[in-house]
Design a protein around this ligand. Structure first.
Ligand code: SAH
Length: 465
């Protein structure tokens, strides 16, 4: 227990030792834990207490007394305000070291592995050669500024105020010009940006997507209504920026007053309703509403490791749980006898089936449903026609796998399990259950899919002993 009782506006000094999931610095003052935004591991700081709960508090950074050796100058001028790149002022090699250690510590502390075993089996983190301009998708909110004109930018962390910025260093450079084209079309036609309070104004968000392999670009306007004035003017302004590669312009009506960016449907006003791109050797058709991995360079590496870990020889039955749009399933199908993908979002399953067709992949089937439910129908005795999987792949959301799902995998007893995780602590929790169920950790590799954020992905191979 902490000795001292802290209250709002207290001034504290502390040394930051860790980073939280949403990128805040963590440190202790008089034994009490504080979260401080924009503070980095190794920083000695002064901060002002903003809020205290029973077991931790939040404080605002007022002074860096002694900077961390990992501190650097962020290339982006709004990085401290914008909710996106919380670690841009942390040297990239330090970011990687931090992420590697997070995985390592969670596997030891939560997973219960010995340090020796982790040292032997945890491979180096796979970072990016160039950790900028890596995102193929961006969603920019558009709001009216104090000058009475529309502006596009990003939301400040945990708020709804828009920080105007022309250029974001993790998005393609050309996006700034595309945004300017939209804004100038708005100015010319006196189109107002959406206002959350009154529910008035037309343009809410601009979504821009690029196929990094195909070069194709899609611009989607989320609008508070059904139509826009001067469609041709908008299309021409965008085409002036990207004469060759602009392949799709769509409108996505969303008149609801909530936090959800997209509506449920869209209308194509130029080109096709989708763009096409290639990832892990598979062609994907991407509409404004489809999910698609946002860092294709690192996805190739992450899923490439998953494919290697699966060790397929050509005849195996593969079960891909939490399969999304089927990226892993379709990639593995070429090397397996048969693949079954399971995913809870029906639209993603539709995309997976379409993508199988486009690529002429016939040995992959897709089932909509919760992994923990669908897998029950695959247990011995439930459906005798179903082949028992030789390899099970899981790629669950941050909360990890349901216990009942892991239990069912243990009953199915595949020779290998490949676990792709976006959250080291739930990964470690789940690996402990697998170990108790007779699966040995063979190797694990962290992959940095989101440079400058605190997130880290890990791919793990487990083998039945
Ligand atoms: N490998 C996928 C991405 C997986 S992300 C791809 O490349 O597309 C995790 C997925 O799990 C998401 O698509 C999410 O919709 C899905 N999901 C979440 N809970 C689930 C559950 N209980 N059962 C099955 N799928 C689930």
């Amino acid at each position: 227990m902490a000795e001292k009782i802290f209250k709002k506006n207290d001034e504290i000094t502390l040394t930051v030792t860790d980073i939280s999931d949403d990128g805040a610095g963590i440190g202790k003052s008089d034994g009490f834990i504080f979260f401080v935004k924009n503070a980095l591991p190794g920083d000695e700081i002064r901060a002002k207490v903003m809020k205290v709960t029973k077991s931790y508090g939040f404080a605002r950074l007022t002074e860096v007394i002694k900077p961390s050796a990992g501190r650097c100058k962020a290339g982006c001028v709004v990085s401290e305000k914008c909710g996106g790149c919380t670690l841009q002022n942390y040297r990239y090699d330090e970011q990687l070291r931090f992420k590697f250690n997070k995985v390592k510590n969670d596997l030891i502390r939560i997973g219960g592995y010995s340090e020796e075993e982790i040292n032997a089996k945890l491979c180096d983190i796979v970072g990016m050669d160039d950790p900028y301009r890596y995102r193929n998708k961006a969603q920019y909110p558009v709001r009216m500024g104090k000058d009475g004109k529309p502006h596009a930018g990003f939301f400040a962390g945990h708020t709804h105020s828009v920080i105007e910025t022309d250029d974001c260093l993790i998005e393609p450079e050309i996006n700034a010009s595309l945004l300017r084209a939209v804004i100038s079309w708005m100015n010319k036609n006196h189109v107002k940006a959406y206002d959350e309070e009154s529910g008035k104004g037309l343009v809410r968000h601009v979504l821009i997507r690029h196929g990094f392999v195909s070069g194709e670009c899609q611009v989607n306007l989320v609008i508070n209504g059904n139509k826009i004035p001067d469609e041709i003017g908008l299309i021409n302004a965008l085409k002036e920026v990207m004469p060759e590669n602009l392949k799709s312009v769509t409108l996505c009506p969303n008149t609801k007053n909530d936090n959800v960016i997209l509506g449920d449907s869209y209308r194509t006003i130029y080109g096709e309703g989708y763009i096409t791109d290639t990832l892990v050797g598979i062609r994907f058709r991407i509409s404004p509403l489809s999910f698609y991995q946002v860092n294709p360079v690192q996805t190739e590496k992450l899923y490439g490791l998953a494919r290697d870990y699966a060790g397929l020889a050509g005849e195996e039955e593969v079960l891909d749980l939490y399969c999304g749009i089927g990226t892993i399933s379709l990639m593995m199908a070429a090397k397996a006898g048969h693949v079954t993908g399971v995913e809870i979002v029906d639209r993603a399953i539709k995309d997976a089936k379409d993508n199988a067709k486009i690529n002429d992949i016939r040995n992959a089937e897709f089932i909509t449903g919760a992994a923990e439910d669908v897998i029950q129908t695959m247990l011995p005795g439930a459906d005798e026609k179903r082949r028992k999987p030789d390899v099970v792949v899981v790629d669950p959301p941050r909360k990890g796998c349901a216990r009942s799902c892991i239990d069912a995998i243990l009953t199915l007893a595949p020779s290998r399990v490949v676990y792709v995780s976006c959250n080291p602590s739930t990964l470690a929790r789940d690996l402990k259950i697998f170990r108790e169920g007779g699966y040995e950790l063979m190797k694990a590799t962290p992959v940095d899919m989101f440079p400058h954020s605190s997130h880290v992905e890990t791919v793990v191979l487990l083998s039945r002993v």
